[in-house]
Design a protein around this ligand. Structure first.
Ligand code: ATP
Length: 455
């Protein structure tokens, strides 16, 4: 059963070193979080699983890793400078600031007053200056999404890979949004990571691909331990659609704070490449684009059948890493009653997501032979390249099991006195979920661990 409350997750994350409030030694920085020793592994594993499915296992997607500060023209022609804003409202009584579209019953969510200002648009982009001169010419923006750099590199990728439509460009990395209100732990933050695919298709084939990507993405989340029945697919109503979207599916996961967006899968039409292309007048662009006289590049492909250049449509599955981590943590969180007044908290992560794959534990920490054997086993397993193997020399096996349950380590391997006496030698392997213990020959351990972790 998932966690009962966000507080349980926040507390586990801090206690075990997954996620810390950023800048907490100075009172904390709202909307910013730092990933600790286990959080960094979990995040990496989730991103790797996405890359594996979206790039390596496909033959129609290329990767990209762009700069995170963008050219002012990139975000001007994309429409972000004019329209990437949320409606901001102030409470005249307690000075609380809120997003107008999140206000309930016209009342301040802090003091309940209805004495509120009119809504005004607040641009969410973080602005900076590039180089030493603080002039308008040198303005740059921290990217609010990874997508725009993908569009800007469309031709570079096509020309360097000889890709034909349909194909996609995938990117993961930081995005920055100066959210009016950051809340619900890492759900809504001001600095986060996205995993985005821009999949370029022929106009007319967009609807089919849009449905296809919805299925792919739901299946992927299920493989990460976030089952389909915990995700509501919202076919966003026409009047709620972003101005660039023909149709959007929002995946709403049942978070501890309620159902909320985990991923958006949008049909962005030819809006983006149409915005950034040179010679807009030469193409039949269906979207209402920003007139662009400054782009140096035509973002077009040749239709071999019609012998005509056209601007591709884009299907965009865009997921937040932090929101994914929150969903995965919530699903993995299990409070088990073990009978006899005993209980345990266990994170039942899919093994590929577990921050630590196996802990190797000598039964006693003051016995050099046990410690040396455990260290040797750790080194051998580490070389398999399956993620982090932890050498755990605390001398208390019971406590180590408890701790590793709580951080989701699938296997604990204990080296005991029998190990030293036997030939061929064996160790005890404890399974996180069943708590069953098996004796495994050290020689068989690498194959055993690899098999168990791939289940
Ligand atoms: P919301 O409506 O919740 O503000 P959005 O519709 O603006 O989100 P998109 O622009 O579609 O979000 O961004 C794609 C994905 O990036 C979202 O589905 C989400 O997972 C993630 N994301 C967006 N904003 C944030 C944020 N402030 N904190 C964490 N993740 C975010």
């Amino acid at each position: 059963m998932p966690a009962k409350s966000m507080d349980e997750l926040v507390s586990l994350c801090k206690r075990r070193g997954f996620i810390f409030q950023s800048g907490d030694i100075y009172g904390g920085l709202k909307g910013m979080y730092d990933f600790g020793p286990l959080g960094v592994e979990l995040k990496k594993n989730l991103k790797d699983a996405w890359w594996q499915a979206m790039v390596y296992e496909r033959d129609d997607v290329e990767g990209l890793d762009s700069a995170t500060i963008g050219h002012r023209k990139l975000f001007t022609y994309s429409g972000h400078v004019d329209t990437f804003s949320d409606p901001l409202v102030d409470c005249k009584d307690c000075k609380n600031r809120m997003r107008a579209d999140h206000i309930k019953d016209g009342k301040c969510d802090k003091c309940g007053s209805t004495n509120l200002t009119e809504a005004r648009n607040f641009n969410l982009m973080f602005k900076t200056h590039i180089g030493p001169v603080e002039s308008d010419e040198n303005i740059g923006y921290l990217r609010p999404e990874t997508a725009q750099h993908i569009f800007a590199n469309f031709k570079n990728v096509v020309d360097s890979t000889a890709r034909k439509i349909p194909f996609g460009i995938a990117q993961q990395g930081k995005a920055y949004r100066n959210e009016i209100v950051a809340r619900n732990f890492v759900f809504r933050v001001r600095e986060f990571e996205q995993m985005e695919l821009e999949f370029f298709v022929k106009p007319g084939e967009d609807e089919k691909w849009h449905e296809y990507w919805l299925e792919e993405r739901l299946n992927w989340w299920a493989a990460q331990g976030v089952p389909r029945d915990k995700i509501d697919v919202e076919d966003v109503a026409k009047n709620d659609l972003a101005h660039y979207s023909k149709r959007t599916f929002d995946l709403h996961y049942h978070y501890p704070h309620g159902p909320d967006e985990l991923e958006g899968i949008a049909n962005r039409t030819d809006y983006d490449l149409g915005n950034h292309t040179k010679a807009q007048g030469e193409f039949e662009i269906s979207a209402k684009v920003h007139a662009n006289t400054e782009s140096t590049t035509k973002m077009a492909m040749m239709d071999d059948d019609a012998q005509k250049w056209y601007i591709p449509f884009v299907i965009e599955p865009s997921a937040g890493v932090e929101r994914g981590i929150l969903a995965v943590l919530n699903e993995a969180y299990t409070h088990e009653d073990l009978g006899d007044g005993k209980d345990r908290i266990v994170l039942k992560f899919k093994p590929h997501l577990s921050p630590i794959k196996a802990a190797v534990i000598p039964l006693a920490k003051n016995k050099p032979e046990l410690v040396a054997k455990a260290q040797e086993i750790k080194n051998t397993l580490q070389k398999l390249g399956i993620g982090r193997i932890l050498f755990e020399n605390t001398g208390n096996v019971g406590k180590a099991y408890r701790r590793h349950d709580e951080v989701g380590t699938p296997l604990c391997i204990t080296v005991d006195f029998e190990t030293l006496e036997q030939s061929p030698a064996s160790v005890t392997v404890r399974d996180r979920d069943t708590m069953e213990q098996e004796r495994i020959l050290i020689a068989d351990l690498p194959a055993y661990v690899v098999t168990k972790l791939s289940q």
